[in-house]
Ligand binder design. Sequence first.
Ligand code: 5GP
Length: 220
Amino acid sequence: MSPPEEHQKPWETQRRGLLLLMSSPSGAGKTSLSRRLVADYSDLTLSISATTRQPRPGEEDGREYHFVTDTEFDRLVAEDQMLEWATVHDHRYGTPRKPVIEALEMGHDVLFDIDWQGARSINSAMPRDSVRVFVLPPSWSDLSRRLHARAQDHEDVIQRRLERGRDEITHWGEYDYVIVNKSFDRAYADLSHIYRAERMKPGRNTWIKAFVDGLRSERA
Ligand code: 5GP
């Protein structure tokens, strides 16, 4: 057995997928970083959460989130269809279980844009598969400016997000990596290096044992 090339099909089944859990206060740039990583790596898919919050201008059902009613959310929880869920900014957000399990089994990686509570639950359920990344803003004024510039929320909502962000950042120590998003390009380079290095860990690459056995049985 030879080492898989990125473009070879067997790669997908010979590597166990990883779960990239990304958290940050709202407005720190986590969503832009995640979307770029998913666009650049075909092995990586974004977990689409379900939420009871209203769509923001420009958001589409099934793309940013599955926008559901409170009753639908209750049903998903009751039927055990959620891998985890949490209340954030007065609304409920949760990760549908099935797409995550299917992606992992196919050797695909899944990226989660998730708060600290969700990152903690997924990491406790699947510690070997989880890689946790926390994104910090370079300053609080920068974060406030970004939230205002995005002009998607009312002032009181922005103030609540900033307030919650102060709590969110106290959890940075629970993460494997912390990125300060001062420059998007630099932060993105750091994120993609983390992702690429994590993919190479021996425990995720089930092909290595057979490959090494093959090397050892070869005679030069
Ligand atoms: P927003 O309303 O700005 O899209 O998201 C608010 C917060 O909810 C963000 O911190 C985001 O990471 C978090 N969030 C989004 N989806 C989920 C999820 O499925 N589970 C949990 N626990 N948090 C989520």
